[in-house]
Design a protein. Structure first.
Ligand code: SF4
Length: 364
C-alpha cells in the first residue's frame, strides 16, 4: 500500500453495475462439471491491527473534528481510504504536507524514527496507529542492533512497513527481497547475524529464504517469535486448504496490499487453476467462470466484509449460490487503541470503542 497523496481518490462504490450476460447465457457458453459452489475462507478480511487503525481515524475525526491528516494510506484498501476521506481524513505522503500544529496519524504499517522526529520538529500532534505486531518487529530491530548484531530483514524493499523497520537500525540492517538475494547477500560477521521479517509475507517463501540464508550462515539466529503475523498466516492457511479443490480463487483486496497479493500467489501454488484479485465486485470478469465449478473466495487483512458480501451476491447471480465456509482457525485478538487516543476518549467519557480490535464490533 504505497502511495497516497492529498489528492482525492475516486473510489468506485461496492456495487455490481456492469452489464453482463445472463446466468443462462453463461451456463450455455460454459460446460461445467458438477454443481457450482463457493468455498469461503475463514479467517478472512479485517485483522485486529487494521480494525484498530481504522477506528483510530474514525475516533480522531469524531473527537477532534476534521481535518485529520493521515500519513500514507491508513491501511492498504481503496474502499477504506475513500470512506475515511469522505468523513474528512486527508491522506498525505509525508509529514511536511501537514500544516504546523495539525493532527497527523501514522498508519498501521509503522514509521521510522526519522518520520517521528520530522513530525516533532514541525510541532505536529501525532497519533501512532502502527499495528502492535509491527511495533514488536521494530523493537526487535532496535534491541538486536544495540547488541551488535547484523539484521537480515526479509521483506519487500519500498513497502512502508519495511521502510519503517529498516529505519530503526539502518546501519545494521540489510533487506533481503527474495531467494535470489538470499543467495548473494554479503554480511560483515556471520557469527552475529539475525533475521527478521515483514509481517505480511508468504510463510512458505520466507521459510525458503531463511533456509538459504542458514545454509550460507549456520549461526543465523531466529527472531524470538514469528514476525509474520497471525492474520497473515491464518489467511494463507485457509486458502491453502481450499485451493486444491478450486477451479478459480478470487481474492478481495487492493493491489498494494501485500497480504492480499500473497493470497493470490499462495492459491496458485496450492493448486487453484486460476486466481484473481479484485478491489470490488464490479471488477470480476464473467469470462473467469467458464468451466468453473468450485470458486474459492477470500479477502486480505485490510478488507471490510461488505466487499466480500458484494462478490458473493454477484457469484450467486451466476449460479454460485451454494456457499460453504471453510474454517481453519478462530481469531479473537484485540488491540487497545493508540494511547494518545485512549487518553482523549477517557477524558470525554467515550467507552464505545475503548478496546478497538475485531472483537469490539462486527467485521464491516
Ligand atoms: S496484517 Fe498483521 S501486522 Fe498487519 S495490521 Fe494486521 S495484524 Fe497487524
Amino acid at each position: 500500500m504505497e502511495g497516497m497523496t492529498s489528492t482525492a481518490v475516486s473510489v468506485p462504490m461496492p456495487s455490481i453495475p456492469r452489464k453482463r450476460r445472463s446466468p443462462e447465457e453463461i451456463a450455455a457458453a460454459a460446460e461445467v462439471e458438477g454443481p457450482r459452489r463457493v468455498l469461503l475462507a475463514a479467517p478472512r478480511g479485517y485483522c485486529a491491527g487494521v480494525d484498530r487503525a481504522v477506528i483510530a481515524v474514525e475516533k480522531a475525526l469524531e473527537h477532534y473534528g476534521p481535518p485529520v491528516y493521515v500519513r500514507k494510506q491508513i491501511v492498504h484498501n481503496l474502499h477504506v481510504v475513500g470512506t475515511l476521506e469522505e468523513k474528512g481524513a486527508i491522506f498525505v505522503e509525508e509529514t511536511d504536507e501537514v500544516p504546523e500544529g495539525a493532527l497527523v496519524i501514522f498508519s498501521a504499517h509503522g514509521v521510522s524514527p526519522a518520520v517521528v522526529k520530522s513530525a516533532d520538529d514541525r510541532g505536529l500532534r501525532t497519533i501512532d496507529a502502527t499495528c502492535p505486531l509491527v511495533t514488536k518487529v521494530h523493537r526487535e530491530a532496535v534491541r538486536f542492533a544495540r547488541d551488535g548484531n547484523e539484521i537480515l530483514l526479509v521483506g519487500h524493499e519500498g513497502h512502508e512497513e519495511v521502510e519503517g523497520t529498516y529505519g530503526e537500525a539502518p546501519d545494521h540492517t540489510t533487506i533481503v527481497n527474495n531467494p535470489a538475494e538470499a543467495r548473494t547477500v554479503q554480511v560483515r560477521d556471520p557469527d552475529k547475524l539475525i533475521w527478521l521479517s515483514q509481517t505480511t509475507l508468504s510463510v512458505d517463501e520466507t521459510m525458503e529464504i531463511v533456509s538459504i540464508l542458514r545454509e550460507r550462515f549456520p549461526k543465523l539466529q531466529d527472531p524470538p517469535s514469528d514476525d509474520i503475523c497471525y492474520a497473515t498466516s491464518n489467511r494463507q492457511a485457509a486458502i491453502k486448504k481450499i485451493s486444491p479443490q478450486a477451479d478459480l480463487v478470487i481474492v478481495v483486496g487492493s493491489a498494494n496490499s501485500s497480504n492480499s497479493v500473497r493470497l493470490m500467489e499462495v492459491a496458485l501454488e496450492y493448486g487453484a487453476k486460476a486466481s484473481y484479485r479484485v478491489d470490488f465486485a464490479n471488477e470480476v470478469d464473467e469470462s473467469w467462470f467458464e468451466g468453473v465449478s468450485t470458486i474459492g473466495l477470500t479477502s486480505g487483512a485490510s478488507v471490510p466484509e461488505v466487499l466480500v458480501r458484494e462478490v458473493l451476491a454477484l457469484l450467486a447471480e451466476y449460479g454460485y449460490a451454494d456457499v460453504e465456509e471453510v474454517v481453519t482457525a478462530e481469531e479473537d485478538i484485540l488491540f487497545s487503541l493508540p494511547k494518545e487516543l485512549r487518553a482523549t476518549l477517557k477524558e470525554k467519557g467515550d467507552v464505545s470503542r475503548g478496546l478497538g480490535g475485531r472483537g469490539s464490533r462486527p467485521n464491516r
